[in-house]
Design a protein around this ligand. Structure first.
Ligand code: ADP
Ligand code: MG
Length: 479
């Protein structure tokens, strides 16, 4: 008899908030500065300094809470989480433990198989630690403390995802949400959005969750998916051989596509959490809440509904256009620039622009083509100034050079010929040169029509407008 196992996943997501200054100090949070130039006495926890809570970070955490319909605690507490690590010079991290600012709430996720609600346990405010850099010097580790004190929200999910695909959908939904709320840039390469994945297996039919492992610090959707799938397989093999899964923290190695133990929970630190005596409870009044609620930006699901009402687009198109905030903004900016059909615009954005972005591994928010240039390109295609095929190559040139479409069309001599007099002459020429075929056509061989269009196109070196050529040909070939 073979036992069947099912997997369970719970995620802890760390989101860096995009405040200008740190959560407890006035130091800048700007990414990419010279190492150790942006950590001040407060971030380092030097004696005699006191933390002052950044109200902007609190507001952002509340916005997140409201967006997921969570409870906002009106007296949440900051606690010290004590542990020693070289990138944590204070010896403790300020976090929230017993009473987090956000509790409960949920989001909806969607995979090819399923739509479902994932409940969120809590989201709390905390400070980031510094960064240990292991690949800068041989046999030595460098420490950059610029990141110390950067505000984070840690979002903890219930263990309710059933596989890697659901986990990725959960992450993408949260990622999109924080970008819509404009509380984080969500930049995964820079570590603004990272996640720990908890994975366990249990026998099918059993209600009790199995022993879990926690894979730390995953910073791409692809790695999350691969790490979870590896871990499910690894645990499955152990259980089938009647071995136990050890509860431990593991690291994912993308090069080898495997997870390895980092430290086990048995030897885990006792963090000796206690309320930070330097910080008062975070008091949030009804008035503050109301003000934040009234100023909430349009959320992803709201934008979806509005797009469905406003534009005649398929659910698929709307799903893609609204999956990313900047993409949805780009789409609407095009329509504002020019009077172009939304469906035609959506097609070009989704099949051509996003394909280019994918090819160059560029995120939608980093696309540099402007809505105006893109609108002008679509306008030229719609007006038969250039063919769609030419449009695609103009778009590629726009991507590479940053030039506007009209100058590319001009300098490449691409402009489509749509002048009817000129096209009439071309057509007459072709019909004269192929008078035998014309005879055959008139005697019923109607499939020759395409041949005539092709011949005119060739004669014009591909510049004739196929639509107008067809129209002229139909007239001239009438029996
Ligand atoms: P810790 O603070 O030690 O990481 P938590 O109880 O806060 O532990 O859980 C952290 C995350 O682990 C949560 O997202 C939760 O959903 C997930 N989790 C807890 N138990 C399991 C389990 N058996 N299988 C999968 N995920 C789990
Ligand atoms: Mg954890």
């Amino acid at each position: 008899m073979s036992t069947e196992f099912v997997s369970t996943i719970g995620l802890e997501v760390h989101v860096q908030l995009n405040t200008k200054s740190k959560i407890f100090s006035a130091a800048s949070t700007e990414y990419g500065a010279e190492p150790n130039t942006q950590a001040c006495a407060v971030d380092l926890g030097l004696p005699g300094v006191l933390p002052v809570l950044n109200a902007e970070a609190v507001k952002m955490a509340i916005m997140f809470g409201l967006a997921i319909n969570a409870k906002i605690e009106n007296n949440s507490i900051f606690a010290r989480k004590n542990y020693f690590y070289p990138d944590l010079p204070k010896g403790y991290q300020i976090s929230q433990y017993e009473i987090p600012i956000v509790s409960g709430g949920s989001i909806e996720i969607e995979t090819e198989e399923i739509k479902k609600i994932i409940n969120i346990t809590r989201a709390h405010l905390e400070e980031d630690a510094g960064k240990s850099i292991h690949d800068l010097f041989v046999n030595e580790t460098a420490i950059d403390l610029n990141r110390a004190g950067t505000p984070l929200i840690e979002i903890v999910s219930e263990p309710e995802m059933a596989n890697a695909k659901e986990a990725v959908s959960y992450l993408k939904t949260i990622h999109s949400l924080v970008r819509y709320l404009d509380i984080s840039d969500g930049n995964m390469q820079e570590g603004s959005f990272r996640c720990d994945a908890n994975v366990s297996l249990r026998e099918k039919g059993s209600i009790q969750l199995g022993t879990r492992t926690e894979i730390k610090n995953l910073n791409s959707f692809k790695f999350v998916e691969q790490a979870i799938n590896f871990e499910i397989k690894r645990q499955g093999k152990l259980l089938l051989n009647n071995q136990n899964v050890v509860q431990e923290t593991r690291l994912y190695d993308p090069q080898k596509n495997e997870t390895r133990p980092m430290r086990s929970k048995e030897e885990a630190n006792d963090y000796r959490y206690f309320p930070d005596p330097d910080l008062l409870p975070v008091e949030i009044t009804e008035e503050t809440l109301t003000k934040i609620r009234e100023n909430m930006p349009e959320l992803p699901h709201e934008r979806k509904t509005r797009f469905a009402d406003q534009y005649n687009l398929s659910e698929y198109d709307i799903g893609i256009l609204t999956s990313d905030k900047s993409l949805s903004i780009f789409f609407e900016a095009i329509l504002k620039e020019r009077d172009i059909d939304p469906k035609f615009t959506a097609n070009w954005v989704i099949t051509e622009l996003l394909a280019l972005a994918n090819k160059h591994s560029i995120n939608p928010q980093d696309i540099t083509i402007t809505a105006k240039d893109f609108a002008d390109l679509l306008f030229s295609i719609k007006n038969n100034e250039i063919s769609s095929k030419q449009g695609k190559s103009v778009l590629e040139k726009m991507w590479e050079s940053g030039d506007n479409p009209s100058s590319i069309i001009k300098s490449a001599g691409l402009s489509q010929i749509s002048d009817e007099d000129e096209l009439n002459k071309l057509v007459d020429n072709v019909l004269k040169n192929h008078y035998k075929s014309v005879e055959e056509y008139k005697n019923g061989k109607e499939k020759l029509f395409g041949f005539f269009v092709g011949a005119v196109m060739q004669e014009s070196e591909g510049k004739a407008s196929p639509q107008i050529v067809s129209k002229i040909l139909k007239n001239k070939l009438k029996k």
